[in-house]
Design a protein around this ligand. Structure first.
Ligand code: ZN
Length: 80
């Protein structure tokens, strides 16, 4: 049973590492609200409007990238 748990944690760690590398390489992902279009239509008035979440860019910063940046600033603050 121990080996199964060890293997599972290894897979999780490997996936987390892969995700962080992915976030480092490609910090931006498509905006979920407008699906990368940068604009969305209003619910009542069907006019194209700039997506408020990504400000019309269609991209958003990945959560993992924010984590990396937070770790980096903490690391820098501690090494001054
Ligand atoms: Zn958007």
């Amino acid at each position: 049973m121990l080996t199964v748990a060890a293997l599972a944690s290894l897979i999780i760690l490997g996936y987390a590492a892969f995700y962080l590398i992915k976030c480092y390489a490609v910090p931006f992902g498509p905006c979920r609200r407008c699906k990368g279009a940068g604009e969305r239509r209003g619910r009542i008035i069907r006019l194209k409007r700039e997506c408020p979440r990504c400000a019309g860019t269609g991209k958003r910063v990945r959560v993992g990238r924010r984590v990396i940046e937070r770790i980096r600033t903490e690391y820098r603050a501690g090494n001054q």
